[in-house]
Design a protein around this ligand. Structure first.
Ligand code: SF4
Length: 326
C-alpha cells in the first residue's frame, strides 16, 4: 500500500471516503444487551476495565427507542457534517448475546432507521460468535455492509486472566476464522498499557494480529474508570500507568509493525471525564493524534514498514529466520 507524507497509515475516514464517497459517522445504539462475563454464563464481575456502561460510555439510552437514539446523534453530527452517511453501531456490552430471532429483530430494525445507513457495526466477544449467527450475518451482508468488532485487548493469557476477560486466545482465532469463512469484515479492539504488560508484549499483540485475517483495528490506551473494578483497585493500590510519551512510542511502533492493508479505526480513546481516573492526558485526544502523526514524520515511519522489512529479511534468510509469516 502507498502512503503519503501526510497520511502515514490506513485511516478510517479515508477508507470510508474511498468506499462510500463521503463522510461516514458512527451512531451508537444501545439495545440493552448484557454480557456472559457479567451474568455468570462464562464468569462474573466482567473484565476489570469494563465500566458500568459495558464499555459504551457514549452509547444511547437503552430506555429510548432506536429511532430516538439515532435521531439525537444524527442531529448533533449534522451540525458538523451536513452531508454524511451513517454506520449504525451496536457498541455497549455483548451485542450478539441473545437468541438469533431477537438479534434479527434488533439488527433489522436498526438498519431501517434511515435510508443513509450504509453499514451496521456490531461489537461483541469472540466466544459469542456461532455458526448460526455468522450464517445470518452473511445473509444480512448481502443487503448492507456488516462489520463485526471483536474485543481482544491482548494476546497474552496472563494479562487476560488478570483482567478477568474470561475467554482465551483460541476463541478469538476461531471467531475470526468463522467470520472470514463468510467474508464478514472483522475489526479487532486492543488496549495498550494493561497492568503488567511491557512494550515487547504490546508489540507481540500486533505481530500476532498480522497473522490473522482481520480488516481493521482499534488501538487505545487503557482507561482507568471510577465505575470499574480496575478503578476501585487503582484507588486502593495505584499501579504504574503509561505516560503520554510511553504511549506515543509504543503506538507509533505498533503502526510500523502493523500489516499495511489493515484499516486503523482508532488510536486514542474517549474517556468520559466524569469517570476517568487515569490517564488524564487521553482527554487531549487531538493533540495525542497530532503527536502520533508528528512522531511518524520525524522518524519517517509508515504503517507496515517494520513488518515489510522483516518479511524481506526473512526472504533472504529462509533457512535461519525465525519470523513467522503466512
Ligand atoms: S466482554 Fe465487554 S461488556 Fe463484557 S465485561 Fe468485558 S468489556 Fe464489559
Amino acid at each position: 500500500m502507498k502512503f503519503t507524507i501526510n497520511e502515514r497509515y490506513n485511516n478510517l475516514s479515508s477508507y470510508y471516503k474511498n468506499k462510500y464517497g463521503k463522510k461516514v459517522f458512527k451512531v451508537p445504539i444501545n439495545a440493552g444487551f448484557t454480557c456472559p462475563n457479567l451474568d455468570g454464563k462464562v464468569a462474573k464481575g466482567g473484565c476489570k476495565f469494563c465500566s458500568a456502561f459495558g464499555s459504551g460510555e457514549f452509547g444511547g439510552n437503552k430506555k429510548d427507542s432506536f429511532q430516538k437514539q439515532f435521531d439525537e446523534v444524527k442531529e448533533r453530527m449534522h451540525q458538523k457534517w451536513p452531508d454524511a452517511f451513517y454506520t449504525v453501531y451496536f457498541q455497549s456490552y455483548t451485542n450478539t448475546y441473545a437468541p438469533l430471532p431477537k438479534l434479527k429483530e434488533l439488527y433489522e430494525e436498526a438498519i431501517s432507521l434511515d435510508s443513509n445507513i450504509v453499514q451496521i457495526s456490531i461489537s461483541t466477544r469472540p466466544d459469542e460468535i456461532s455458526q448460526e449467527i455468522v450464517d445470518y450475518l452473511y445473509e444480512l451482508d448481502q443487503r448492507i455492509d456488516v462489520q463485526i468488532e471483536l474485543g481482544l485487548q491482548t494476546i497474552h493469557e496472563k494479562t487476560a486472566n488478570d483482567m478477568n476477560r474470561a475467554h482465551d486466545l483460541q476463541s478469538f482465532i476461531d471467531a475470526v476464522a468463522l467470520l472470514r469463512s463468510r467474508n464478514i469484515e472483522t475489526v479487532v479492539h486492543i488496549m495498550d498499557g494493561l497492568p503488567g504488560e511491557t512494550y515487547d508484549m504490546m508489540i507481540e499483540t500486533i505481530k500476532f494480529l498480522n497473522t490473522q485475517d482481520i480488516q481493521g483495528i482499534k488501538i487505545h490506551m487503557l482507561n482507568i474508570l471510577l465505575n470499574s473494578k480496575l478503578g476501585r483497585e487503582y484507588l486502593k493500590n495505584p499501579f504504574p500507568v503509561l505516560t503520554r510519551d510511553e504511549y506515543l512510542k509504543v503506538v507509533v511502533d505498533q503502526i510500523a509493525w502493523l500489516r499495511d492493508d489493515i484499516v486503523i479505526h482508532r488510536l486514542t480513546g474517549d474517556g468520559d471525564p466524569k469517570y476517568l481516573i487515569e490517564p488524564k492526558w487521553i482527554m487531549k485526544k487531538f493533540t495525542v493524534l497530532n503527536d502520533i502523526n508528528k512522531r511518524l514524520k520525524q522518524l519517517d515511519l509508515y504503517q507496515g514498514v517494520y513488518y515489510n522489512n522483516a518479511k524481506k529479511h526473512r526472504w533472504f534468510n529462509t533457512f535461519t529466520s525465525t519470523w513467522l509469516f503466512k
